[in-house]
Design a protein around this ligand. Structure first.
Ligand SMILES: Nc1nc2c(ncn2[C@@H]2O[C@H](COP(=O)(O)OP(=O)(O)O)[C@@H](O)[C@H]2O)c(=O)[nH]1
Ligand SMILES: [Mg+2]
Length: 464
């Protein structure tokens, strides 16, 4: 993802502020240097980096933190606001009838993005159409047509036409029934005069509501010139960043949004039409800074639950809310947790647990936790079906046997059983609430009160 490294290094430099209530110039300088380092290594344009770090520095030194705010939170808030201001808000693309023109160099991902965006709009209940005007690249018509078919959206193109402006005009007429018309254009290997002339003519012809610049995440420093050129010729309202599934850091996209005074509209992360994501600036930056993004978290929770369920048809998380909560259920829940990714990343998405919260744990708390999870899993593997279904039958004798069988110790077995009964009590609170809302339950479990939080801190952690 774009600027993942920024989040990591920024958090570690913010950590040095832990416990401080006042900032001195050295602190601010240190943080600003860290921000500069990360942004530059993510290929963000140098002058933009300077501009951004200057305003962060000025604000951090001049603004008085509100009473009770720690130095760390004060800086975090300023960095957050400046970053959000930089990437823009997501109101750039409302869900309404509109014509969107795509611009960008050849290979940047315009044709793919046209189909992806059309697919995305179709999932929102709008009727999209793709108009292909590329007469420059051989095979452009077939490629666009195939992708539109995969996206199951209307398509217009002319395989024999050689005048892009005429194709655009005909396309607008032919797709009059569509709500959202996405006009794909040709690119060139470089910014050449004939490319600019062509896209200006198409722009005059279709009179788009919005023009988006499509950029490969790998663009780097070249982003600035491209963005300025397209901004001058047709005006850019938003940027689509593609190929985020690759290794590129995507910093060029930040340069482009800044240069065009626009915002990031969509992120592309794969070759199929579903590999598109609407960009949500505040959630994105929050996650970057470890401030928590619940929406993302709940989506991930849902997906992980679904995957676990698909693997085991007999197990339905909703059952937990009806019957009894067995150790088998607990194991499934742990599997689902594991699927959500590294625990520290998941924790970052929970407000109040990301960033600041993590600092209060000892450095190796996360390892202990992963280790503990693995031990719990081994213990459960050594238990009989009867014991998994009804853990109450596990007494002294069986505890000893299970500890030996799993290569752990009796204390850990007892911890697991305690953990289970705490979770069972939490579940009971949800039973009889009517609709079984898994998300709500998972949130509760993440937030303490006998859930993941306790599992992480060994029952004595800071979350419970
Ligand atoms: N991995 C990956 N490949 C992409 C993505 N978007 C586009 N591509 C690939 O990049 C190449 C160029 O894309 P295309 O849409 O034809 O670019 P255009 O020349 O701007 O129309 C094609 O091989 C696409 O499959 C993406 O988000 N991820
Ligand atoms: Mg194309």
């Amino acid at each position: 993802m774009v600027l993942d490294d920024l989040g990591t290094s920024l958090r570690s430099s913010l950590d040095t502020l832990q416990g401080k209530t006042r900032l001195d110039e050295d602190d601010v300088e240190e943080i600003v240097k860290e921000i500069q380092r990360s942004l530059l290594s993510a290929d963000v344009d140098v002058s933009l980096v300077m501009e951004l770090s200057d305003s962060i520095e000025t604000r951090a030194l001049e603004e008085e933190p509100p009473g009770g705010t720690t130095a760390r939170d004060h800086v975090l808030k300023i960095v957050y606001e400046e970053m959000v201001a930089l990437v823009g808000d997501s109101t750039a693309l409302p869900l309404e009838s509109q014509t969107i023109l795509l611009a960008g160099l050849q290979g940047s991902g315009k044709t793919t993005s046209a189909a992806k965006m059309a697919w995305w709009f179709s999932t929102k209940g709008l009727r999209p159409a793709v108009i292909q005007t590329d007469t420059f690249r051989p095979g452009a018509y077939d490629q666009a047509k195939q992708m539109a078919e995969r996206a199951e959206v209307d398509f217009y193109g002319d395989p024999d036409g050689d005048d892009p402006v005429e194709i655009a005009r005909e396309g607008m007429e032919a797709t009059a029934d569509a709500d959202v018309r996405i006009v794909d254009t040709a690119g060139r290997h470089a910014l050449e005069d004939d490319l600019i002339a062509e896209i200006e003519e198409i722009e005059r012809e279709v009179d788009p509501d919005r023009s988006l610049l499509v950029l490969d995440a790998a663009i780097g420093q070249g982003a600035k010139d491209q963005a300025r050129q397209f901004e001058e010729s047709i005006g850019i309202d938003g940027v689509v960043i593609t190929k985020l599934d690759g290794t590129a850091k995507g910093g060029g996209a930040l340069t482009a949004v800044n240069e065009t005074g626009s915002s990031i509209a969509f992120l592309g992360s794969g070759e199929t039409v579903q590999d598109i994501e609407r960009f949500e600036p505040s959630g994105f930056i929050s996650r970057l800074l470890g401030m928590g993004d619940l929406k993302q978290l709940s989506e991930r929770v849902e997906r992980a639950m679904q995957e676990t369920q698909e693997e085991d048809d007999d197990w339905d998380p909703e059952d937990m809310l009806e019957g009894s909560f067995t150790l088998k259920d607990m194991k499934k829940q742990m599997d689902a947790m594991n699927r959500m990714g590294p625990l520290d990343q998941v924790m970052d998405m929970i407000p109040g647990m990301g960033g600041g919260m993590m600092d209060q744990l000892p450095d190796d708390a996360m390892d202990v936790t992963q280790d503990r999870m693995r031990k719990f899993e081994r213990i459960m593997d050594s238990m009989t079906d009867e014991e998994l279904e009804n853990p109450r039958v596990v007494g002294q004798e069986r505890t000893r046997r299970i500890a030996r069988g799993s290569g752990t110790d009796e204390e850990t077995v007892r911890q697991l059983l305690e953990q289970h009964s705490m979770m069972e009590r939490t579940i009971e609170q949800f039973q009889g609430m009517g609709e079984g809302d898994m998300q709500r339950m998972m949130k509760k479990m993440g937030g303490g009160g006998g859930g993941l939080g306790d599992m992480m801190g060994g029952g004595k952690g800071p979350f419970g």
